[in-house]
Write a protein that binds this ligand. Structure first.
Ligand code: AMP
Length: 216
């Protein structure tokens, strides 16, 4: 006969796996200025997901003058990556605070292989995985133009200085681009042309997402 405890655990296991299997976990990927944040705000509406931008989380910590914010600022101001331990801890906290969502759009995370592995482990622990990584491709000169323009309204000092922008692009090429390859190993990485208007790029992204969801 089944004990009360095993009946309970069976019940909760089943409800958890039913809910989690329906989740959509997208990584919006690409160099700074490729339109990740803009596209994420449209995608969350269409797919009813939670948008998590590590850049936004850092800026909020900086605004609140927390110790984490102060540490992050020293890296962000130079266009360098914030250390993995700090970034992963902050991301995990945000995910843990929001378990009852249909899925996540990770924007600006993961930016290194250790971050990607930490994300995979974290999702696996709750019976989930990354659904798809969408890598936006934009020409370097277009990135510089977009970010210098954005600086006029964003007030972001890392957008206002061309040297810092170029350093961020180098960091992307050296440390971050490999993350797309990590997900390509499991056939979960697609490249999307990020040049053109917002609607046009949105159409390309949703076409890829819908294609993947049909086959899930
Ligand atoms: P973003 O808003 O995504 O352009 O990020 C702004 C800055 O925050 C980056 O240039 C990095 O200094 C820092 N940052 C954001 N996300 C990460 C991450 N996943 N890993 C390390 N640093 C990050």
């Amino acid at each position: 006969m089944l004990s009360l405890r095993s009946l309970f655990s069976k019940f909760f296991k089943n409800t958890t796996s039913t809910k989690k299997s329906a989740m959509i976990n997208l990584i919006l990927f690409g160099p700074p200025g490729s339109g990740k944040g803009t596209q994420a705000t449209h995608l969350v509406d269409k797919y009813n997901l939670l948008h998590i931008s590590t850049g936004d989380l850092f800026r909020s910590e900086i605004g609140n003058k927390t110790p984490l914010g102060l540490e992050a600022k020293s890296y962000i101001d130079k266009g360098e990556l914030v250390p993995d331990s700090v970034t992963i801890g902050m991301l995990k906290k945000k995910v843990d605070e929001n378990p009852d969502v249909k899925g996540y759009i990770f924007d600006g995370f993961p930016r290194t292989i250790p971050q990607a592995k930490a994300l995979d482990t974290m999702l696996r622990e709750s019976g989930q995985s990354v659904t798809l990584l969408l890598a936006l491709q934009v020409d370097e000169e277009e990135i510089v133009t977009r970010l210098l323009n954005r600086a006029k309204t964003s007030g972001r000092s890392d957008d206002a200085d061309e040297n810092i922008i170029r350093n961020r692009i180098q960091v992307y090429l050296q440390n971050t681009a490999v993350v797309a390859g990590h997900y390509a190993e499991s056939d979960k990485s697609v490249t999307v042309n990020g040049m053109g208007g917002i609607e046009e790029v949105f159409g390309r992204l949703t076409a890829e997402i819908d294609k993947t969801l049909v086959h899930q």
